[in-house]
Design a binder for this molecule. Sequence first.
Ligand code: BTN
Length: 246
Amino acid sequence: MIGSKIIQLIKVDSTNNYARGIIGNREAEEGTVVLAYNQFSGRGQKENQWESEPGKNLTFSIILYPDFLKNEQQYLISKIISLGICTLLQRYINNNIRIKWPNDIYIKNKKIGGILIENSVMHEEIYYCIAGIGLNINQDMFGKHLYNPVSLKIITGKEFETEELLRQLLAIIDEYYSRLRKGKIKSIDDEFNSRLYLIDKMARFSDKKGEFNGMILGVNEFGQLLIDKEDKNKVCYSFKEVEFID
Ligand code: BTN
């Protein structure tokens, strides 16, 4: 059960680093959560930093051993975590909550959360997975250098109890994880695609050949983004091969 053990830390560089330190040979129980009050050197995608004011937000990592998945299916973990965050936020926000491929949670054109999944793979199978989640809850102000951040408080005008939101979120993610374990991949893929930011809308992107217009058609089970380019070519992109131009 995800969250049956929660390690609460007052101060840590990164909950993902701490989680890696306690896994050893899978000694930490599956579903263990590492939660930080003050994460002072949080890491994001693409070597970015994840900044979070102490005590205001949720910054935590979940330890998983999804050995029922093949290496090439690892993006499914990211999908269920994103869907779990959307389900939680939808309880409090009327606006449509979207997943910006690959790992960002968006409300309109602002980012409220991000996910950093770090896997260890052995013999083509996932040996362990650390799912790091940063979700902005009660923070009012963000550094000017950050790109379009937002929090639940900024959107709703209300303060939230982070512990209560964590409790709900872990229960939701636990349900999605059971669905994944039962092999209900098609329903997860479909739900994920229905939440995808800019799906079926013409938008601007860039890849190694330059900028182009195109329409997102979905994300496959391997986590690749499928774009229908204006020149009528359909292209599948892996992580870092394509950028959104806002
Ligand atoms: C991103 O949007 O780039 C991903 C951000 C992930 C941040 C979380 S906060 C908890 C966990 N520990 C980290 O160092 N990073 C993740």
